[in-house]
Design a protein around this ligand. Sequence first.
Ligand code: IMP
Length: 179
Amino acid sequence: MLEKDIEQILFTKEEIENRCAELGKQISEDYKDKKPLIIGVLRGCVPFMERILENLDIYCTVDFIKVSSYEGTNSTGTLIIKQDITTSLVDKEIILVEDIVDTGLTIKKLIPLLYDRGAKDVKVCTLLHKTAREKYHNDLDYIGFFCEDHFVVGFGLDYNEYYRNLPYIGVLKKEIYNN
Ligand code: IMP
C-alpha cells in the first residue's frame, strides 16, 4: 500500500542493517574505554537508534530529545524543544543519533545546548547526510549514507508523520507532497 507512493528505493533494509553493523563496530571501538550517553533525536531516530544500539558492545546509557525545525518539506529556521532529555549531561561523552542531516540547522543548534548543560564531548551519528542542502556546517562523525537532494521517507523518516514504518529508505513521489 505505501509502496505505491515511492518513486525509487535508495537503501534497502539489508543495506541499512549492514551499515548499522559497521557503524556499531566502529563506535564500539572508538568508545571501548568510555561510557557514552547515546541521545536519539525523536521521532525519526527510532529504527536507526535500535539498530545502532544492538550493534554496540560497550557500556552506554540512552536518552531521547524531541525537537522541531521542520514543517512539511521546508526548514523553518528555528529549533523548538518539544520533549527534553531527563539525564544529567555533566561530564558526559555524548553521541547524538539523527535520522538525517539536511540543512544542518538541528544539529547546529543542539550541540551548543548540550555543551551548555555540561557535556564533555558531543559526536554525531546520522543515518543520512543530504549534502546538497547543507547551510550550516557540522562535523559529522558517523554517517550511514550520503543522499542526493531528494525528499526521502522510511526507516524512521516521515512526510507529515507517515511512512516512518517503511522498512527501507525511498524517494517520495513529488505528487504526494505537491498536492
Ligand atoms: P536539518 O535541521 O535541516 O538538518 O533537518 C533535520 C530534520 O529535517 C531531520 O531530523 C528530519 O526530521 C527532517 N528532514 C530533512 N530532510 C528530510 C527528508 O528528506 N525526509 C524526511 N525528513 C527530512
